[in-house]
Structures are given as C-alpha cells and as structure tokens.
Design a protein around this ligand. Structure first.
Ligand SMILES: *[C@@H]1O[C@H](CO)[C@@H](O)[C@H](O)[C@H]1NC(C)=O
Ligand SMILES: *[C@@H]1O[C@H](CO)[C@@H](O)[C@H](O)[C@H]1NC(C)=O
Ligand SMILES: *[C@@H]1O[C@H](CO)[C@@H](O)[C@H](O)[C@H]1NC(C)=O
Length: 419
C-alpha cells in the first residue's frame, strides 16, 4: 500500500471514526424548522439505467437481484439508493411482506462499504439471505449521489452542507422513499457518521414514525476521547477553517489539496502515517487484506469541507450540536441564538428499540465516548436497548471484518426479528 493510499485510508477511517462519529447521525432538523417539515419533500425519480451504479459494480455480480433508484431531497440533492429485494434463494422470507432494512454508511465512504466482502460476510447480503428487503443509502456528494436539481458539484455552492443537512434532509427523504415503495416501517443500520445522523434525527423525533428499530455500529455521537494524535491534529486543522466563510468547498480525499493537508499532518513526529488506518481507526482485528485493497480502489469518497469542520467541532466541543458558524453574530443570523442549538439525545423516546455495538479497540468510537452516549440513554426501557461490546473490534471491523457476521450481524438479525 502506498503512503498516499495509506494516508487516505487513515483519513477515511478518521473521518469514519471522528467524522463519522459526528456525522453518522445525520438526523437533525434543518436550521429553521419554521420552514416546515421535510415530509413529502422528496420525489421519486425514474430508476436509473441498471448498467451503472452500485448494483452492477458490486451486487448483481454476486448473484443477487438489485434495483437502482433516485431520491430527491427537499433541498434539491439527488441521491442514489439501491434495493436488494431478496436473498440468493429467492423469497426466503416467511411469506407475507418482507421487512425493509435501510443501511447508512459513514463519512468518506459510500454504500459500497456494505457489500465489499463475500455474500457470507457482508451485511447487506447477510440481511437479504435472512429474508429482509435491503435498501442501501448513499449520502450527498458521494460518487453515485452527486446530482442536484440546480447546483453543479464543481461549484462551491453544491458543498454548502454538513451532517446537519444529512440528518435534516437526506435521512428523511430516504426513509420516506423506502416507506413509500414498500408500505412498511423499516429497521435502520448506521455505521459511524451514519449513527450520528440518526441520533440527531431521532432526538428531534424525525423519521421515528417510519422505523421499527435502529442498529448503531461504532456509534460516534461523542468524540472527546478520540485518542489518536492524527485525529486530534486533523480536528484542530479543520476547526481552524471555521472562521472563514470561504471554507465552503468539496473535500475530495483524492485531490491535491487533501494530499498536501495530509503531508503537513504526517510531518508531525508523533504521527505514524505508514499505518494510517490503524492510526485513525484503531487496531482492526479482522480485515481481509484483499478486501481492503479493493475498497481503497473505490473509496474514499468526497464530502463537504463544512462537514469535516462540523465533525471536528464535535471532537472539540464534546457536545452534539448544529454547525457552529464561529461567531455569536453569525450564529445569531442562522439560528437566532449565539450558540448553535444542541441535539438533545435524552429526548429520544425510551421505548424505541435500539441495538448498539461498539469495539474495545476503536479509536474513533472510544468506549468512554460510547459511555457518554449510553448515559444519555440510561432511562431507556431495558427491554428496548441491546448493547454489545466487542473487545477486539476497531472501527472498520464492524463493516468489513470477516468475523462481523458471527459476532455482530447474527445478533442484530435476532434483535430485528424480536421487534
Ligand atoms: C450556505 O448556506 C447558508 C444557509 O444554510 C446560507 O446562509 C449561505 O449564504 C450559503 N452560502 C453559500 C456560499 O452558498
Ligand atoms: C479475502 O478476500 C478474498 C478476495 O475476495 C477471498 O477470496 C478470500 O476468501 C477472503 N478471505 C476470507 C478469510 O474471507
Ligand atoms: C432534553 O429532553 C428531555 C426529555 O424530553 C428534557 O427533560 C430535557 O429538559 C431536555 N434538555 C434540554 C437541555 O432541552
């Protein structure tokens, strides 16, 4: 693995962990709820050609049926969504309508992260083979979700968003779409930033009426204990951008600016950029080297610099709040208050079923930060909260680990079937 790809991987993991921590939740409301709910804001667009996209790249080649859809968010982003309607044996659901499951990836990756391993190892396939109707989300800005009704991704205006918008627009639009297509409430699975986005959304009671339960893998709502020096330096570097309104741009990990950025970070004597993945995500126990190689060829995916800044703020501040515009004056202009509004996680309904799995080696979703999250959920109904601690797992093991099925996914499937 070249230094640069290691760096990129590390960065993506970092994002994964740190950013993902902050971003995964995506939930959240638009800054100004007064403009109304995002319900009904999406519109389905005709299915895209079945020859490009994630289905053709990674799903049908494994022998599964797969359909491509496009979903439009209230703020005009056009997202690609894939559906794996059944398992390899065809309809092995127990008669009747299958329960949908929506998978939401973390930062700097896309929906491909759920299908990189073999069918017996990858979550999307494991769920399909267990009789679920699987839907894969792709966040705005990633390669299959780079369209907009009026903005062009080559222009800065396209990149004017953070995980606040993922929670306020992307998640509700995708959930509404799946609900509209299936007529069924769904289970949700988020990894990293995918947990952040969901928690933010849930705390505002968005989308919950269409969900049966949620599984949160490597949850990153709080990031204050992120321990890796690389993560801390990166977070500091991003926070430095807050005060510039010019910080609205694409953050493309494959681009030159990001390579420069990494070079500077890696010149710190305390940072080991030859093993960035470990440096960023912790010591993953169970990755398949050839899977990681394939993954690196396809990822990482771009995101908005504003999103990275917002994730860095989450690391710095230790609270889950909306994007901080940097000065009381700018925050006042956006939110009508000097500090950005906080996402109140204790407001998540106590009877909403949650499965949470976290790892002992994860430097992004540090066990102490997960402890803070669990503290927010301490009044949750005991029979609605299942918590799993996997001592040997780090951040990427939850989606790419070859033992994830035995350790995590089987328990998740059993949890879904109980709801
Ligand atoms: C970015 O979006 C905010 C609202 O969320 C808006 O106030 C601001 O003018 C936008 N900036 C640019 C450069 O589009
Ligand atoms: C690792 O990935 C390769 C290529 O996809 C595959 O042939 C091999 O069986 C995998 N190993 C394990 C232990 O899953
Ligand atoms: C958070 O939500 C809980 C439960 O709804 C409520 O009791 C508490 O006052 C809220 N906290 C803040 C700071 O709004």
């Amino acid at each position: 693995m070249s230094l640069l790809s290691s760096l990129i991987l590390v960065l993506s993991k970092l994002n994964f962990s740190l950013l993902a921590l902050a971003m995964t939740l995506l939930a959240l409301g638009a800054p100004h709820r007064a403009f109304g709910s995002s319900r009904g804001a999406f519109s389905a667009i005709s299915t895209v050609p079945q020859t490009d996209g994630l289905c053709a790249l990674s799903v049908t080649v494994q022998g599964y049926k797969c359909q491509e859809f496009e979903v439009r968010t209230k703020d005009g982003y056009i997202l690609s969504v894939q559906r794996i309607p059944e398992g390899r044996g065809g309809g092995n659901g127990a008669g009747g309508a299958k329960q949908p499951v929506l998978l939401q990836h973390g930062v700097l990756v896309d929906g491909m992260c759920w299908v990189v391993n073999s069918p017996d190892e990858s979550l999307a396939f494991v769920l399909a083979d267990n009789g679920f109707d699987v839907w894969i989300a792709n966040a705005r800005g990633t390669r299959f979700s780079s369209k907009h009704s009026s903005l062009d991704p080559t222009r800065p205006e396209y990149w004017n968003w953070s995980w606040d918008e993922l929670a306020a627009y992307d998640l509700p639009a995708t959930v509404d779409f799946v609900y509209g297509q299936t007529g069924q409430k769904m289970h949700y699975v988020g990894h990293s930033m995918g947990t952040l986005v969901a928690l933010a959304s849930f705390s505002q009671n968005k989308v919950l009426d269409k969900l049966r339960s949620a599984a949160l893998l490597s949850p990153v709502a709080y990031l204050s204990h992120m321990t890796t020096l690389f993560g801390i330096l990166a977070a500091k570097a991003f926070v430095g951008e807050i005060t510039t309104l010019a910080g609205i741009a694409e953050f493309n990990p494959k681009g030159r600016d990001v390579a420069e950025f990494l070079k500077v970070l890696c010149s710190d004597p305390g940072v080991d950029c030859y093993d960035l993945v470990t440096e960023i995500t912790g010591k993953n126990c169970c990755l398949n080297a050839s899977t990681v190689g394939f993954f690196l060829k396809n990822e990482p995916q771009p995101t908005a610099t504003k999103n990275m800044v917002h994730l860095a703020q989450t690391v710095r501040d230790g609270v889950l709040s909306k994007y901080d515009y940097g000065t009381p004056h700018f925050n006042m202009a956006h939110y009508g208050q000097a500090r950005p509004p906080v996402y109140n996680l204790t407001a998540i309904p106590n009877d909403f079923p949650i499965f949470l799995s976290y790892g002992g080696q994860d430097s992004l979703a540090d066990p102490r930060d997960v402890g803070t999250l669990l503290d927010n959920l301490k009044l949750h109904d005991l029979d609605k909260l299942t918590v799993q601690f996997v001592k040997d797992f780090a951040h990427a093991d939850f989606i790419m680990g070859i033992t994830a099925k035995d350790i995590v996914y089987n328990a998740m499937v059993a949890f879904f079937k109980r709801q």
